[in-house]
Design a protein around this ligand. Structure first.
Ligand SMILES: [Zn+2]
Length: 351
């Protein structure tokens, strides 16, 4: 009687042990894949980026002097989704991607200044005050940074609307969060931040004022950032407006957002303008940002690529396939066709 009881218990005990072993394996695989795709892959991608080399000795006549290098990061078109467009999963996924990318870049690359060149929000142009407050809160969480890192944001057409849909209220609520400064100077380098969707009379007067200040102070050369390419006459800025900006500000380098892709043009054959690709998977499979090593007399730029969205999706699909095979083989469902196939092969060989 006792023998029978022991046998009965064993029968129940073995499948339970097998089941928990399977469950443990499944959990381990899921955990490893999540850890890789949601954290480690960002370190792997950004670890390969380096600050470009720049000349640090300047010659003033015969005197050589050492110039400090400013490490600046430029990203654009983050398009945080609002309450009307975009699925919640889309929002969750793309915001997590940008938060991880930004936080990893801060940790690994240690930039001193970060510029976001417009279209921070997707629906800033029409969002209600409540939705705006919610968007801003999420932005501040995603792009949190230590106090010694400067974060400068330029307005884009999705933040305040194109000139025909823009009003003082939208501009003011944007400037209340991100400041309204146009001229930012750091380590002897002047950055002029141009909101090119709002180049009306007031903004022009402000820029002329900035231009005067720049011409009076000879402490360093300038770079300018704006949302929307300077030379596009079909889009935001007319050719004349572009010419005026270049004339007033006399920049040595222009960086802009809006196109969502990388592009390089030379104005008048000398002033280069680089458009910065989008930072979000929502707009590109391979988002990136620009790293700039800037001194008062020279600069060098390089591009840093973030993980590709299709690679992450392929890893997830592969992991699902692997989990299915693992489960089936544990349940003995995969073994029979496999074994019969082997038997068939053996029979053929012996013939
Ligand atoms: Zn955009």
């Amino acid at each position: 009687m006792a023998m029978i009881e022991v046998g009965f218990e064993r029968q129940n005990f073995y499948p339970l042990k097998r089941k928990s072993a399977l469950l443990l394996k499944l959990i381990a695989v899921v955990f490893a894949v999540l850890l890789f795709c949601e954290f480690l892959i960002y370190y792997l991608a950004i670890f390969q980026c380096n600050w470009p080399e720049v000349k640090t000795t300047a010659y003033d006549g015969e005197q050589a002097s050492h110039e400090p290098v400013l490490k600046a990061m430029f990203l654009a078109d983050t398009h945080l989704l609002g309450e009307f467009l975009g699925h919640w999963l889309d929002k969750l996924r793309r915001e997590w991607q940008m938060e991880r990318a930004f936080q990893t870049a801060l940790w690994l690359l240690q930039p001193e200044v970060v510029f976001i060149l417009g279209d921070v929000f997707d629906e800033g142009k029409w969002s209600t005050p409540e939705a705006w407050a919610d968007d801003v809160e999420r932005f501040q969480k995603m792009f949190r940074h230590p106090s010694h890192v400067q974060l400068k944001v330029v307005a884009g057409n999705h933040d305040i609307g194109f000139h025909y849909e823009m009003n003082t209220y939208k501009v003011e609520r944007f400037e209340k969060v991100f400041s309204s400064e146009r001229l930012f100077s750091w380590k002897g380098i002047n950055f002029v931040m141009v909101n090119s969707v709002a180049l009306n009379g007031d903004a022009e007067a402000e820029l002329i004022e900035v231009s005067h200040r720049l011409n009076c102070s000879r402490e360093g050369r300038r770079a300018s950032q704006c949302h929307s390419r300077l030379s596009e006459n079909y889009d935001v800025l007319s050719r004349e407006e572009s010419q005026k900006l270049l004339w007033w500000l006399q920049p040595r380098l222009v960086l802009s957002g809006h196109t969502h892709s990388a592009c390089e043009v030379h104005h008048g054959g000398r002033v280069p303008e680089f458009s910065v690709p989008s930072f979000s998977w929502r707009n590109r499979n391979n988002p990136s940002f620009i790293m700039g090593s800037i001194t008062p007399t020279d600069y060098a730029l390089s591009k840093c690529y973030l993980p590709r969205e299709d690679v992450v999706l392929v890893i997830y699909c592969g992991a699902v396939g692997f989990l299915v095979v693992l489960t089936l083989s544990h349940l003995g469902l995969l073994a029979s066709p496999f074994l019969s196939g082997l038997n068939l092969l053996r029979k053929r060989k012996t013939r």
